[in-house]
Design a protein around this ligand. Structure first.
Ligand code: KMH
Ligand code: ZN
Length: 273
């Protein structure tokens, strides 16, 4: 079976220190945590930047510092967020792509996101795709709802994106998006573009079960504080790395080898380093 890519979503844009006192916020904290996650088995980190006061930012200067510090500590794929935080403008969100990260997210439509709206109008999505092409950045297509996958399939059918390589991240359990259930996962998998690779990011208590399902089904797994800060009900995880280590142990028990960053680059169609 294809080796398993574990992505650690270290910080997110909405999680707070009140929710988890060990949430990595500064570039040094994010880079240290990225290195610990790489050591525990992650081949990729999904990164959101924060200001020193903990608020979200898409400032390329902060992302540049994070990338430099991660690269100095370990060889892990650094995937930047273009989702940013709910309410940010498209111009703000796309700015870090000019740093030419190996990968960046591209959300395929608008969705309610808790009490807010994560706005992704068609013209802005196409502008994000263009910006990524210009800067040679591979998109990870973020799918929060079935209509987003239909849009991606339309992009493939009409030649907006080539059919391969194509990697999607199925984010399940956001209040407003598809539920974090195995039936929602299977419904999306039935409509995946042919040959696409996929990751599942279960939100909250769905993280563990959906991640385990992905290990069995041949997909890939995203874990980490962006989606879930608990190890089990009522018990905070000690760190992102603890969540990565648990997924790595589950994969080992289920006979699924872990992808190194080099193997993950091959699977995802990224340039070798
Ligand atoms: N913070 C969410 C509104 C992404 O990173 O591209 C969007 C998000 C997706 O986190
Ligand atoms: Zn994110």
């Amino acid at each position: 079976m294809t080796p398993l890519i574990i992505t650690a979503a270290l910080t997110g844009a909405e999680v707070t220190r009140e929710q988890h006192p060990a949430l990595p916020i500064t570039p040094d904290e994010i880079a240290d945590e990225a290195a610990r996650c790489a050591e525990a088995g992650a081949a990729m980190v999904h990164v959101h930047a924060r200001k020193p006061d903990g608020s979200s930012t898409q400032d390329p200067a902060v992302y540049a510092e994070i990338i430099e510090k991660i690269d100095a500590r370990c060889d892990v794929i650094v995937q930047l967020s273009t989702g940013g935080a709910v309410g940010m403008s498209a111009v703000e969100r796309i700015a870090p792509v000019r740093l030419r990260p190996e990968m960046a997210t591209l959300t395929m439509g608008t969705v309610n996101f808790g009490d807010g709206v994560f706005l992704n109008p068609p013209g802005e999505m196409l502008a994000f795709l263009d910006a990524m092409r210009i800067h040679d950045v591979v998109p990870e297509f973020e799918i929060f709802d079935a209509g987003m996958l239909a849009t991606l399939n339309r992009w493939v059918a009409t030649g907006v994106v080539p059919p391969a390589p194509l990697h999607v991240d199925l984010v399940l359990g956001v209040p407003g998006g598809m539920a974090g259930t195995s039936s929602a996962l299977h419904a999306l998998l039935a409509d995946l573009p042919r040959g696409a690779s996929w990751t599942v990011a279960g939100v909250g208590s769905a993280q563990l079960a959906l991640g385990t399902l992905a290990v069995v089904l041949g997909g890939h797994v995203r874990t980490g504080f962006e989606d879930n800060v608990y190890y089990r009900k009522g018990e905070l995880a000690r760190s992102n790395a603890q969540l990565v280590a648990r997924m790595a142990r589950i994969a080992h028990e289920l006979d699924r080898p872990l992808a190194s960053p080099a193997e993950a680059r091959l699977i995802l169609g990224l340039k070798p380093r």
